[in-house]
Design a protein around this ligand. Structure first.
Ligand SMILES: Nc1ncnc2c1ncn2[C@@H]1O[C@H](COP(=O)(O)OP(=O)(O)OP(=O)(O)O)[C@@H](O)[C@H]1O
Ligand SMILES: [Mg+2]
Length: 630
């Protein structure tokens, strides 16, 4: 029974109420930042450091070269040192303590520009986790000037104040020419391989960032390298202002009242994207506010009128050069480099908008080859080129994958689930602000506009897989027909022998050769498939048995085939293949008789495809894997 006299009253409760430091909050809730357990914490820390390195390199227009080392500390059960070193622009000395020793401090939160980081928590949270679990400080070495030594810091975070404490501050040698940053975090961790591991994160990062080079030293001493597959940096995304149609009333009023601008006209044109002076004039007229009004002096009711006028204004959609999608060519390159599939298809959608934020969806599909054939398709998700390895089912992209009817593309699928087959589905969202479902940035929130774009991109790429599989099936049928054809050859030869009384060896040989060549060429052409369907299969890559991409018009047809070419001039190869495929049973055996056609006419009437003949002088696949990409 509660004794009323002892129960706390408002006054005594007030004594216990106090401000909570953001660092204390996240130290208690570190699972929100991806530091739930020792396995995941290691991956999250690697990801935060590598993402920062990639962001910094790209912003400074440097081709990234990143080294990740994980070393076990001897005589401990589960303490490791994670070290990530980049060749980026470095960090100015004065900034280092706050970047690594203060939560919610960064350069990316307040701008609208595509980057991997956005919150200003990532690397300081990793350091905080290390400090909590091992009581060791974070070590940072950074060299922002090529001609000067590097700064070295050892930092601890004061959780009560969310402020850095400097333990060591000195100059050291950087050990190589150029600028860069290295961060060493000692932390409690579990090292493992396979799904959701550091290895997998680096593999997937290499796919989405073919311009970056990675090397990785694991605690067991094994080294892995991920060489770059492209030597151009992604285009530099432009920073934009918010679009008026994506802003809410409360934010608008705050912007208005905090505005340093002296007139409404300047405020509207410089705080938002796509508002011209003419549009600003119309908006102010509609709201009954003079263009010359001082933004800070506008009352709430007027601000609301202005806001509504702005929402009604006919403004062009946001600029999209703030986005740097991976692009079809790099998706194909990146996937081919890491996956060992037989067929790849990729697509990049046009930019779209959610809540005023521009975004762009891309999809890459890899089918066959070394991929596991009877398991559920593997979905690899990216947001601003960063792999998302957790929260698969919470992600808008996964839901979209399940929305697509994969059966219509020749793949197996039970209703409302992921398709089954040798398939890897890569999805990428590029945006100035990715709406993550949590601070650990693990899954993309389910906005209708985003889900729709994912679905359309998946369908676009899915159709290409469908076409390829159909053609592959047709080629298999061709092979079946060849076997039947071969079985009848003996009968034909016997008949020939009885009519002519000759041994028929030449005829048999000619028939066998022809049967093989006809069907083999057809098969290869089918597999190559660019030949007769260049448009519908744009943005795809077919890999031959030797692991090399098949190039339209060259690699699939050998020199020998070309030498025996007796095809009819003027008939496009595609048509000839089509007639071969459809009309095998109508093959004119007469024309194959050695007396009439062999040896010089013994070959099939199939014109080996030539790139130039169909305007494929520079086929995409050829340029993708030319010598300079090696
Ligand atoms: N390797 C680096 N080279 C140069 N600058 C860096 C590097 N790492 C971090 N920074 C700077 O430190 C800031 C803070 O990094 P932090 O990872 O904490 O946040 P963020 O990357 O801005 O956002 P997020 O929390 O989403 O990762 C960055 O915004 C960037 O300006
Ligand atoms: Mg970061």
């Amino acid at each position: 029974m509660t004794v009323a006299g002892n129960a706390p009253d408002a006054q005594s409760m007030a004594k216990k109420q106090q401000e909570i430091s953001v660092a204390d909050f996240f130290a208690k809730n570190r699972h929100m930042l991806g530091f739930d357990n020792a396995r995941k914490a290691l991956l999250t820390a690697v990801k935060e450091a590598v993402d920062n390195s990639l962001d910094a390199c790209e912003e400074a227009r440097i081709l990234p070269r990143i080294r990740v080392e994980i070393r076990k500390i001897e005589a401990t059960e589960d303490h490791y040192v994670l070290s990530v070193r980049d060749n980026g622009p470095g960090i100015m000395k004065a900034q280092i303590p706050r970047v690594f020793g203060k939560l919610l401090y960064g350069s990316k939160f307040h701008r609208l520009r595509m980057s991997r980081g956005q919150q200003g928590i990532g690397i300081s949270a990793a350091g905080m986790y290390g400090q909590i679990t091992t009581a060791k400080p974070v070590q940072i070495t950074s060299r922002p000037h090529k001609s000067k030594p590097a700064h070295y810091y050892e930092l601890r975070m004061d959780l009560k104040r969310n402020e850095p404490e400097i333990l060591v501050d000195k100059e050291v040698e950087w050990g190589e020419a150029g600028t860069g940053t290295m961060v060493d975090i000692t932390m409690k961790a579990t090292f493992f391989r396979g799904r959701q591991s550091v290895d997998e994160y680096l593999e997937q990062t290499a796919i989405a960032n073919p311009h970056a080079e990675f090397s990785f030293l694991a605690p067991d001493g094994t080294e892995r390298t991920f060489p770059r597959a492209a030597t151009e940096l992604p285009p530099e995304p432009v920073e934009i202002q918010p679009h008026p149609h994506g802003i809410e009333l409360g934010i608008f009023t705050r912007l208005l009242h905090d505005s340093p601008h002296r007139s409404m006209g300047v405020f509207l044109t410089s705080s938002f994207s796509r508002v011209t002076s003419q549009a600003a004039g119309q908006v102010c007229r509609a709201a009954g506010i003079p263009l010359s009004a001082v933004p800070g002096d506008v009352h709430h009711a007027e601000a609301e009128k202005l806001f509504h006028a702005l929402q009604k204004a006919d403004l062009p959609p946001p600029r999209t050069d703030c986005l740097a999608p991976i692009g079809v060519e790099h998706i194909l390159k990146g996937m081919h480099k890491e996956l060992g599939a037989e067929f790849y298809a990729a697509t990049t959608r046009k930019p779209a908008i959610y809540r005023g934020n521009p975004f762009q969806i891309e999809v890459g599909l890899a089918w066959g080859g070394k991929l596991e054939s009877d398991s559920i398709a593997r979905v690899i998700r990216f947001a601003n080129r960063v792999p998302l390895q957790y929260q698969l089912s919470a992600c808008a992209s996964t839901k979209s994958v399940m929305d697509v009817a994969w059966k219509s593309y020749g793949l197996q699928q039970s209703k409302g689930s992921l398709p089954v087959g040798p398939l890897v589905i890569m999805v990428h969202m590029a945006s100035v602000w990715v709406p993550f479902t949590n601070q650990a940035k693990e899954a993309i929130a389910d906005y209708d506009e985003i889900r729709k774009e994912f679905k359309l991109a998946l369908q676009e790429a899915g159709r290409k897989v469908g076409i390829y599989l159909k053609k592959k099936q047709a080629a298999a049928n061709q092979a079946k027909r060849r076997n039947i054809f071969n079985a009848y050859i003996e009968e034909v030869v016997k008949a020939y022998q009885s009519i002519t009384k000759e041994d028929g060896d030449d005829l048999r040989q000619a028939l066998l050769d022809t049967a093989r060549k006809k069907t083999e060429l057809a098969e290869k052409l089918e597999a190559m498939k660019h030949k007769d369907a260049p448009e519908e299969l744009e943005g795809t890559l077919v890999i031959g048995e030797d692991g090399q991409p098949l190039v339209p018009g060259s690699a699939v047809v050998s020199e020998k085939d070309l030498a025996q070419d007796d095809s009819e001039p003027g008939i496009p190869a595609s048509e000839q293949v089509a007639s071969l495929k459809d009309g095998d049973d109508e093959t004119d055996l007469e024309s194959l008789l050695p007396a009439k056609s062999a040896p010089e006419h013994g070959a099939a009437k199939v014109k080996p495809p030539r790139a130039e003949a169909h305007g494929h002088a520079a086929p995409t696949t050829l340029s993708l894997f030319g010598d300079d990409d090696a």
